[in-house]
Ligand binder design. Structure first.
Ligand SMILES: [Zn+2]
Length: 813
């Protein structure tokens, strides 16, 4: 089959190499990112914040943390040793990429000049043969941290265990993406030439009979393909494929964590480090498209099914586990413990865009839209300078799930996510359209004007919409193109009660209403194929097409194999997943349950969280009485879009709400303990100090069915828990129900415990303490001389090699 011209990313860019071959590429052609100009609306605000805040903020942080000086030091423009981690170079490249996308649509002399100066430093840091990795260039004989003394050899780990994975190839992969973006945005070759020198070096070192180790962190593969498209140099495409082919051949660390356990064409499941595997499969999808490689195509199809059917959070997030930032097993989709790294969400969007371009099937755009609006946008605050690395689906408001923070952080040592946001947000307009032949596919609905290449013509289309708050989208044809062409409107799966294109999540009950399509005010009947409604006409300037998508509130439930979501429901409207936050519910959420027949009503709140539509309705809250029994009472419930959660301070949050009251955790009855604030020297991520005073009583010390507090994974240490009383209170005894999971885990009753009290200035031991205090399977009571205090602390010494915990802690006057 005669293929398309190789170079299509950015029609303004001509192939530079003379020997451009006729190779296939994606059947569906993406839009050059420069061709879609976003106009105000939802994305206008997000893009403007990224352009004016995030990009500059990230550059400033790169300066403050020495990331940019590392290039100057490598270039011997300034003295000093390397600062940070060797993969920090990639952060600078990612911000350049994001800045370039912004520059393409918003000329900005200040930013342009900043990039020129920065690129000059990067070029000066490159060694004469093209090698670019500041940590080694600054310290050629003894590079720090994860780098080995010899170039490249431990890019995929060092089997002797002496060094970590160096990220040498990962770094330059992001350099190539930045270089292509900067070249396309400005026409300047400064960074592109640096990238070409680097890629030529890598191409001279890797190959059959030469170096045959895979990349430790895939990224260079997909970026070499971008470099190939811009330069037309086939060697880069071949190198990308060769690097993929090195995987699973026993070289480098041969583990699933590195997606290096099997040859790529034999991989059928998405496993290991989430970002690594999805970047890898992005490049594989490119190879399947460009080389028509059937085994690659079968492997990416299999991995997509595995991901979308068994491993994707309802927000589109990937990577269930904190440990190894890894994909979980099938249906291992926890809520509070979920990792869902922002970078993995971005990777999922990039992959699904490729899958759409490969097939033209709208189901991939359903996943793309889901992850962008939920699992990616949650990664950055509306202010553009606070970030989530980790995106859980529930929080108790206490645990610092986000790399030690309970809310979005201003920056972090490993800054991959903030800088990935900086480059991804401005690339979103590039997902809005694709073309094939004389058909224009609308992938995302966003207020914009686009110049869409259609054969020898250009079609100018304006989209006017308040999506995702409204389901109404108006297209204005603003140019005359000769002959017929077809506008293909994406009808999202959620509009037809299919939230995802698999059975991982489904709508509860039917809310579907047929989308309405009008041409020049007249309703028309449209056929839907592969998720698109097609309108073929000889369109003329001034024609108006309108789409009305049903924006009813939908209830979504998970496949029953997802243990964490059994008996729970998530609320959605349009492409948005909602959540309930303590900020709207007097500080607590887990006492709430939402009956299937409770009516939820959308309500636009222009002054809330940047202007959102909330969902309001009547829920039920469970409350405990003094005698321990539980009763229910009606409660107002307000749900907010997940993407803007945690903007009102750290607080409890749930995406998945109990459908019945028995799944809710009752609010405790007011007591001295329940009215106090519980603190601990350390709390395990999956546990909570709220368990100390929640009045849920265990059947034994090993009761695993109720919320608990543990000091896990601290073992053999001295630890404490503490009640801060709301006012000075008299206390004379405590009752502690210790957690002890002997036979199952490594928590035991502590070796010893003692009580101290706080008078507002200093701590004192209690006097005349009684009782052993460390009994199992019952409350351990300790009495002491009554004293009025502002806080009480229970100090423990854990048994050697064991951790410990508490199921309930009462205090009495
Ligand atoms: Zn990240």
């Amino acid at each position: 089959m005669k293929g398309l011209l190789v170079v299509f990313l950015g029609t303004s860019v001509a192939a530079m190499a003379a020997q451009t071959e006729e190779l296939k590429d994606y059947l569906f052609r993406p839009m050059p990112f420069t061709a879609v100009k976003v106009e105000d609306g939802f994305w206008g605000t997000r893009l403007e914040t990224n352009r004016t805040v995030t990009v500059w903020y990230a550059f400033k942080k790169c300066e403050e943390t020495g990331r940019i000086d590392n290039f100057a030091k490598a270039a011997r423009l300034m003295p000093g040793s390397f600062r940070g981690t060797p993969f920090d170079d990639s952060d600078v490249y990612k911000v350049i990429e994001g800045a370039s996308y912004s520059l393409a649509t918003h000329p900005d002399p200040k930013l342009d000049a900043y990039l020129d100066a920065l690129i000059a430093k990067i070029a000066a840091a490159q060694e004469p043969d093209g090698y670019l990795y500041t940590a080694r260039t600054i310290h050629p004989d003894n590079p720090p941290g994860i780098a080995s003394p010899k170039r490249w050899l431990n890019d995929c780990g060092d089997l002797r265990g002496k060094y970590g994975d160096s990220h040498e190839l990962y770094n330059v992969g992001h350099l190539y993406e930045a270089a292509v973006a900067h070249y396309q945005a400005t026409g300047k070759r400064t960074l592109l030439d640096v990238a070409i020198r680097s890629a030529d070096l890598v191409a001279s070192v890797w190959g059959p009979g030469k170096l045959e180790i895979p990349s430790g962190h895939p990224e260079i593969e997909l970026s070499l393909i971008k470099l190939y498209r811009v330069t037309g140099k086939r060697a880069y495409l071949d190198l990308a494929r060769f690097l993929l082919e090195c995987r699973g051949r026993g070289k480098g660390i041969p583990t699933a964590q590195y997606a290096n356990h099997k040859p790529v064409v034999e991989q059928t499941e998405l496993v290991g480090h989430a970002v690594r595997s999805v970047y890898m499969v992005c490049a594989m999808t490119d190879i399947a498209a460009i080389l028509g490689d059937e085994p690659y195509r079968r492997a990416v199809d299999a991995m997509w099914i595995d991901m979308a059917s068994r491993k994707m959070a309802v927000t589109g997030g990937l990577g269930a586990r904190h440990g190894g930032e890894a994909m979980g097993d099938a249906y291992e989709l926890p809520n509070a413990e979920a990792y869902n790294e922002t970078c993995a969400g971005i990777a999922n969007a990039l992959w699904n865009h490729r899958m759409f371009l490969l097939t033209g099937d709208g189901r991939y755009l359903d996943v793309l839209e889901r992850v962008i609006y939920n699992g990616v946008l949650s990664g950055v605050s509306l202010s553009g300078d606070r970030f989530f690395y980790v995106n859980p689906l529930a929080s108790n408001g206490e645990y610092p799930f986000n790399q030690g923070h309970r809310d979005r952080f201003p920056w972090t040592g490993c800054a991959c996510c903030p800088v990935n946001i900086a480059r991804f947000i401005p690339s979103v307009p590039g997902f809005a359209y694709a073309t094939r032949g004389r058909s224009i596919y609308v992938g995302l609905y966003l207020a914009s004007v686009a110049e869409i290449p259609l054969g020898s013509d250009n079609v100018t289309l304006r989209q006017v919409t308040d999506y995702p708050w409204s389901g109404h989208v108006r297209f204005e044809v603003q140019s005359d193109a000769a002959g017929e062409w077809e506008l293909k409107l994406r009808i999202p799966g959620w509009a037809g009660d299919k939230p995802v294109p698999t059975d991982l999540y489904r709508s509860l009950g039917s809310t579907a209403a047929a989308p309405v399509v009008k041409v020049n005010g007249q309703a028309v009947k449209v056929e839907q194929t592969q998720g698109f409604a097609g309108l073929k006409r000889t369109w003329k300037r001034g024609d108006v097409i309108e789409l009305e998508l049903p924006m009813r509130v939908r209830r979504v439930v998970a496949n029953e194999k997802v243990m964490a979501d059994i008996g729970r429901v998530a609320l959605e409207r349009g492409p948005l997943v909602y959540c309930v936050e303590g900020a709207d519910e007097n500080g607590h959420v887990s006492q709430l349950s939402l009956a299937d027949d409770a009516v939820m009503t959308p309500e636009r709140r222009l002054s809330l969280l940047g202007g959102v539509t909330v969902l309001r309705g009547r829920a039920v809250e469970s409350v405990r009485r003094e005698d321990g029994s539980v009763f229910q009472r009606p409660a107002e419930l307000t749900a907010v879009p997940y993407q803007v959660w945690c903007l009102r301070g750290a607080n409890p949050m749930e995406v998945w709400l109990p459908r019945t009251a028995d799944k809710a955790v009752p609010l405790p009855c007011p007591t001295l303990a329940s009215e106090s604030k519980a603190l601990a020297s350390h709390t395990h991520m999956g546990d909570t100090t709220a368990a100390l005073n929640d009045q849920i009583l265990p059947s034994s010390s090993g009761d695993g069915s109720i919320p608990r507090f543990t000091w896990w994974d601290h073992k053999g240490t001295a630890e404490w828990v503490q009640y801060d009383f709301s006012k000075p209170s008299k206390v004379a005894s405590v009752d502690v129900y210790w957690f002890d999971d002997q036979g199952k885990g490594s928590c035991r009753v502590p070796q010893s415990c003692k009580l101290t009290w706080y008078d507002g200035t200093r701590w004192h031991p209690v006097t005349n303490a009684s009782g052993t205090g460390v009994l199992k399977d019952t409350f351990s009571r300790v009495t002491f001389d009554p004293v009025t205090m502002s806080a009480l602390r229970l100090e423990v010494q854990l048994q050697p090699a064991f951790s410990g915990g508490i199921l309930e802690w009462r205090v009495s006057p």
